[in-house]
Write a protein that binds this ligand. Structure first.
Ligand code: SAM
Length: 292
């Protein structure tokens, strides 16, 4: 298997904000290719442990090789399961947890995974290749109203109705099977905004729906009190406004309870140099909260 790497975004601020104990127990909820974990381990002591979660077994395999460190335990599970998994190792709570949401450069750049409108491949988009729902199933079998709803809710697509209608019409002529077929259908239906390709929002909506991403974010925000111990911190990096809104509101709610405090009043974003070197970092926003 080809070995990929992923440049972790905001790695310096993540380490500065999250690593409160050099020999602590940490959770990397979105291990990906292990970019953050490798960096965090370089700043941690010999007794530290990181439990890394990912839904994607291919990513986990590469992360194990990239990180190559006995302090990492890589787990094939949703980050939502982190409290139970830690308990199964006899650990009551973590000193810190990181969630770097969305998809890795490996998933985006690998045509076989079907995430990118720039690469022709099967319409898959699953983080977890053992899950059954694919983007192909959604575009070929979901009813009009459901297609329109995900385009609106997960893509914030203004032309949701027109695109959903175009998908219904296209599938009457045969199955929609590839990313380029989907891209063409959208291109023939709507115009893009500025430099953004007209199918960008459609691809985002499908990816979020296939992986039930917003429900996972909501659930992990709900279980944070089971995951983080007193004095510990959680950091979440988001890449679009739908996720950031969920995190911002949940953190506000937690801090107003008096049991948590916001570590950074304003979101942390990439500086000029990082944004120049790693375009992915340009839309990243980091929020950190501490359990009192
Ligand atoms: C942006 S990448 C993480 C990159 C990683 N921080 C690094 O530096 O290499 C996000 C990863 O989270 C995984 N993922 C998304 N939702 C997940 C979930 N609910 N549970 C576990 N992993 C998830 C994806 O499969 C992807 O590998």
């Amino acid at each position: 298997m080809q070995q990929w790497t992923h440049i972790p975004v905001l790695a310096g601020p993540v380490a500065d904000f999250l690593l409160i104990r050099s020999d602590g127990v940490y959770v990397d909820g979105t291990l990906g290719l292990g970019g953050h974990t490798k960096f965090l381990l370089s700043r941690l002591g010999p007794q530290a442990r990181i439990f890394g979660f990912d839904k994607d077994e291919e990513a986990l395999e590469m992360a194990r090789r990239n990180v190559n460190d006995a302090r990492l335990t890589a787990v094939h599970a949703s980050y939502v399961q982190a409290p139970q998994v830690l308990r199964s190792y006899g650990i009551d709570g973590a000193d810190g947890a990181l969630f770097d949401l969305g998809l890795s450069s490996y998933q985006l750049d690998n045509p076989a995974r079907g995430f990118s409108l720039l690469r022709d491949g099967p319409l898959d988009m699953r983080f977890d290749l053992s899950a059954s729902l694919t983007a192909e199933e959604i575009v070929n079998t979901w009813p009009l109203a459901q297609l329109e709803r995900i385009l609106q809710d997960y893509g914030e697509e203004r032309n949701a109705h027109a695109i959903a209608m175009a998908l219904m019409a296209a599938r009457r002529n045969g199955k929609i099977e590839t990313t380029f077929q989907l891209k063409k259908i959208v291109e023939n239906t709507v115009r893009g905004r500025g430099k953004i390709h007209p199918a960008t929002q459609t691809f985002q909506a499908l990816r979020i729906a296939v992986n039930d991403e917003l429900a996972c974010v909501q659930e992990v925000l709900r279980v944070l009190p089971d995951l983080i111990k007193s004095g510990g911190r959680a950091g979440i990096i988001t890449f679009h406004s739908l996720e950031d809104r969920l995190v911002k509101n949940a953190f506000k709610h937690l801090s107003s309870s008096g049991a948590w405090r916001l570590v950074n009043k304003h979101v942390v974003a990439a500086g000029y140099e990082e944004a120049r070197q790693n375009p992915r970092s340009r839309s990243a926003k980091l929020r950190v909260i501490e359990r009192l």
